[in-house]
Design a protein around this ligand. Structure first.
Ligand code: 1CP
Length: 342
């Protein structure tokens, strides 16, 4: 059986409606929490191939989604580059922030690939255990979003330190972005060699940038990564998720040449379709609606599928599942998709 995800992304087949959820392996699942308890340190969890394999497969076993996404995190890249990265439960990531241009030159680019071997091992194991018709999604953070965390040192609503660093030290900042382009391309290429069928670039903080900076720090680096990946692996589709791109979505879609576009909750799917007629679209149910209102989940899911009818479309959320999401709500979403697609 062929993969619904690939038919939609590469062949642009319509009305296939593959579905998966951003952050589908996570704390809303009791079977995830159970394994998570045995790893006080989140990153060692990510670097243990057996554990990463098991939690990657959990949502497939439970919901029969069309795609599994590798269990890892976007912040393994700064970790691999030698920056101090930690996760405190309930508080998210903490990094020793980059404050000067000199610190960028000290990043240990050469050790990254070797350091990330456990991730590639997990990809090999997952692909082996996964049914042939399911796609395995590899992923990385896009350079802008990863740089945000490297400079800010933690999650933030505004990433003011990172944005100001980019204005104050454009040369150093572009060296950081170039380094991330190289490391991310190699990282995704290795995931593909290990068995990933498609890769997604998460640019969660793209929407913080004004248009010129969006072009320079979001579009250009993404374009470079996509074009290098296409040279190395012409058959592997790439999904770009530039969250809150808004009016820049059309430019992002045209300039980066991604095969699929993740759409956030703020963008009407019909408007996204007008802005990006060539790509498969993916999204954009509000994760907070998924957590709250079962009846509306069904009507909203039907509406998304109707709006995208006759075009290549992957049913998904507009951002990651939140930890307090009831499992029966996720089940209702899956049942609705299956009922409509037949
Ligand atoms: O305690 C725990 O179990 C840690 C929670 C957690 C999980 C389950 C973190 C910490 N990361 C992850 C896994 C993860 N992260 C996946 C796994 C695959 C999946 O099931 O989807 C993926 C794809 C990510 C990607 C990721 N990490 C993004 C991009 C997507 C997004 O949500 O915008 C970002 C920004 C991160 C950073 C990060 N890692 C973890 C947290 C809590 C955060 C957000 C920090 C913040 O800004 O507040």
């Amino acid at each position: 059986m062929s993969k619904r995800m690939i038919a939609c992304l590469k062949e642009k087949q319509v009305d296939h409606y593959p579905f998966w959820f951003m952050r589908q392996a996570g704390r809303y699942l009791p079977e995830y929490r159970k394994i998570r308890e045995s790893f006080p340190d989140f990153l060692s969890f990510c670097y243990t191939p057996d554990a990463a394999t098991e939690v990657t497969l959990q949502p497939i076993t439970r919901f029969d989604c069309d795609a599994a996404i590798l269990f890892s995190d976007i912040l393994v890249i700064p970790d691999a580059l030698g920056q101090e990265v930690g996760f405190t439960p309930g508080h998210g990531p903490k990094l020793r922030p980059i404050e000067t241009a000199a610190e960028i030159t000290r990043l240990e680019e050469k050790r990254a690939e070797e350091f990330l071997q456990p991730v590639f091992q997990a990809v090999r194991q997952i692909r082996k255990s996964l049914a042939e018709e399911k796609a395995l999604i590899g992923f990385a953070g896009a350079p802008w979003t990863v740089a945000c965390y490297m400079i800010e040192g933690e999650g933030s609503k505004e990433f003011a330190k990172a944005r100001q660093f980019a204005y104050r030290e454009p040369i150093a900042f572009s060296q950081l972005i170039d380094c991330l382009v190289r490391v991310t391309t190699a990282y995704l290429s290795e995931q593909i060699k290990a068995g990933a069928d498609v890769v997604q670039l998460f640019d969660s903080w793209a929407g913080l940038l004004p248009p010129d900076e969006f072009k320079r720090w979001v579009i250009e680096p993404t374009q470079q990564i996509v074009s290098q990946l296409k040279t190395l692996h012409p058959d592997i589709p790439v999904i770009g998720f530039a969250r809150c791109a808004g009016m820049m979505l059309a430019d992002y879609a045209n300039s980066t040449d991604v095969d699929g576009l993740g759409i956030d909750t703020s963008m009407p799917l019909i408007k996204a379709r007008e802005a990006a007629p060539k790509q498969a679209l993916q999204g954009n149910l509000d994760p907070l609606l998924l957590a709250t209102d079962k009846a509306r989940i069904m009507t909203q899911t039907k509406r998304m599928m109707k709006d995208m009818k006759g075009t290549p479309y992957i049913v998904n959320l507009g951002h990651g599942i939140v930890p307090h999401t009831p499992i029966d709500h996720v089940q209702a979403f899956c049942d609705t998709v299956r009922e409509i697609r037949g």
